[in-house]
Write a protein that binds this ligand. Structure first.
Ligand SMILES: Nc1ncnc2c1ncn2[C@@H]1O[C@H](COP(=O)(O)OP(=O)(O)OP(=O)(O)O)[C@@H](O)[C@H]1O
Length: 574
């Protein structure tokens, strides 16, 4: 009794509880397909019955051949053929259903995790590298989707095959049935240890494959730098090192699997020899017929194959739940905050009259504990161009992140203010009031028009051209053979840095947001184009507030106000 209680205690606390939670999470995606899954299980049970039934009928066929009832030979043969055909048809149905459910669950799960990543709080997502996320989104999703149909339904059909074979043997010879079950206690005794180790191996291998994908992703993203610095051999070596690590772990796992499966096979083999010896003895002592003995041997075979399938369900369940756990870790991340939706609605009504931005005694600290601003004040009124300057690494981009609701002040207020004075704290819900041009190249693969329509889906060609003109981008776009329908490579390949910046500015202008945030967005432009772009920005649409982070004196002369960030302080210097 104490042992049982201890075992249940372990289940409640340990990895089994974790596996149960993960399996439950996994199976929420199958709710829509329960009818198909039930049909799948029914087809599996039918196939099992046909196969077991075939064995029983073959006993009567052999008895008929070796005995006296020759008249039933034709009937028995017909039943055997019918059952074999039934088995083939049900297997075909099973294959179709499983393929359909597999692909549908995979798509749904992938879309769901993708949505969750996109809706997750920006800082929380930092614990994952993008390669790791890609690995989870593809490899882990595919394992979980495959297991939805391959695990529990298999467990049920195999269990029925096992119980059916056991029941039939028991009916004809109870002693034989208990001999056939001899391996079960051994399996039960070692299963706890095996499962724990398998789960550990699974987790480690998934982690290594995530590291591998992250590395490859980093390498391809920075291929230009890799080539420019002649880092090819360094990267090649690093890839091989990671592969070697994966290989070592994989072979270690494989050695463990080979040992365990060999051990199980030996146990199974010993049991089947005992079964064989027992049935020969029963035949010799005249207790059973030749037909019954052959049926016994078939049933013992079926019993051991269903038992080993049941045992094999364990590694696939462990692999699936490990992957489900990794997906849960992403799905359960904190969602982005939406603050004061009523105030957001009010601002929406007033945005055409312009919005002001105010930071009041804000403390900004990253979760890692990196304090950037202490008791900072800042204000940009509608229609103003306000610059934020400061040495590199002091926090200019951090302030932009704060305004975009990607990070939040630890204390103090960060607000948008409407024309009639209504105030609304910045959060993910107020992001729509901002047009944003980040540092670096942010052009996506596709055509120029597709890039522009990302921020305004229904923009007409004329609106796109107008915005491109305001961003001083149309002058080089119109030279392209297909104008705004020309294709752009990944990360703006085919354009210079300055051209990509002008395109990104034009895209932010098309969004027609009341506040424009430019983070070093004119750094690659010459002074003449920069001045034209900034003038266009202030005249393109009315009442636009424009906040720029910059080191360029040309921008500063045009600014209404300048704030400097230095040593955690944010001060107005003009
Ligand atoms: N995601 C992050 N998590 C933790 N700390 C960060 C993060 N991003 C930036 N920091 C830290 O915050 C500080 C300010 O960085 P930020 O990028 O805002 O500087 P910056 O003034 O824009 O620099 P630059 O002019 O070089 O672009 C730096 O010390 C940086 O290390």
């Amino acid at each position: 009794m104490g042992m049982i209680r201890k075992a249940f205690g372990k289940i409640r606390e340990g990895y089994l509880k974790e596996m149960y939670k993960e399996a439950k999470w996994m199976y929420q995606y199958t709710k829509r397909y329960w009818a198909s899954i039930c049909f799948y299980i029914a087809a599996g049970i039918f196939s099992t019955c046909m196969s077991l039934g075939g064995s029983v009928v073959s006993k009567y066929l052999i008895d008929a051949v070796t005995g006296v009832q020759r008249s039933r030979i034709g009937l028995m043969a017909a039943v055997i053929v019918f059952m074999a055909l039934g088995n083939i048809i049900s297997k075909a149905v099973i294959s179709r259903i499983s393929a359909r459910i597999n692909v549908e669950v995979q798509n749904e799960l992938q879309a769901d995790i993708f949505d969750k990543v996109i809706d997750t709080d920006w800082e929380s997502l930092h614990e994952f590298r993008s390669g790791d996320l890609l690995n989870r989104l593809n490899s882990d999703v595919s394992t979980v989707a495959g297991s939805v149909i391959g695990w529990i339904p298999n467990l049920i059909t195999r269990m029925i095959q096992f119980l059916g074979a056991f029941g039939i043997i028991f009916y004809y010879d109870p002693v034989m049935a208990f001999i056939a079950l001899l391996s079960a206690p051994v399996m039960v005794l070692v299963s706890g240890y095996l499962m724990k180790r398998m789960r550990r191996y699974n987790k480690e291998m998934r982690q290594i494959s995530s590291d591998l994908m992250s590395f490859q992703n980093d390498a391809f993203q920075n291929l230009q730098t890799v080539k420019a610095f002649g880092l090819m051999s360094l990267f090649r070596d690093k890839l091989r090192k990671l592969q070697q690590h994966y290989k070592n772990k994989m072979l270690e796992y494989n050695r463990f699997s080979v040992y365990t499966s060999s051990f199980m096979s030996i146990v199974g083999m010993v049991v089947s020899y005992i079964c064989f010896g027992w049935s020969v003895y029963r035949l010799w002592s005249g207790y059973i017929t030749t037909g019954t003995m052959i049926m016994f041997l078939q049933m013992a075979n079926s019993l051991s194959s269903s038992f080993s399938s049941l045992v094999q369900v364990v590694p696939s369940a462990i692999s699936a739940t490990t992957c489900a756990g990794r997906l849960m870790a992403v799905a359960e991340l904190e969602k982005e905050q939406i603050l004061e939706e009523d105030a957001v609605e009010e601002l929406e009504k007033q945005k055409k009259d312009g919005l002001s931005v105010e930071l009041c005694r804000v403390d900004v600290t990253y979760r890692e504990g990196n304090q950037v601003v202490c008791k900072g004040d800042f204000r940009a009124d509608k229609g103003e161009l306000v610059a934020i300057i400061g040495p590199s690494g002091e926090g200019k981009t951090t302030l932009i992140r704060l305004l975009l609701g990607l990070i939040y002040p630890v204390s103090g207020r960060a607000e948008l203010i409407g024309a009639d004075g209504v105030r609304c704290p910045v959060s993910s819900a107020t992001r729509k009031f901002f047009g944003y041009v980040p540092q670096g190249n942010t052009v996506f693969a596709g055509t120029v028009a597709e890039n522009m329509r990302m921020v305004k889906r229904d923009a007409t060609d004329e609106e796109i051209i107008e915005a491109l003109k305001a961003g001083c981008a149309y002058e080089f776009i119109e030279q392209l053979p297909q104008g705004i329908n020309s294709s752009i490579g990944e990360r703006g390949t085919g354009f210079s840095e300055g051209q990509a910046q002008r395109l990104a500015i034009a895209r932010a202008l098309l969004r027609d947001a009341p506040v424009l945030l430019l983070d070093e967005a004119t750094s690659a432009l010459d002074m003449e184009i920069e001045e034209r772009v900034l003038k266009n920005i202030m005249t393109y649409g009315k009442n636009r507030t424009c906040i720029v982070t910059t080191h360029r004196p040309s921008v500063l002369t045009m600014s209404d106000h300048i704030y400097e960030i230095r040593g955690n302080t944010l001060e107005k210097v003009k």
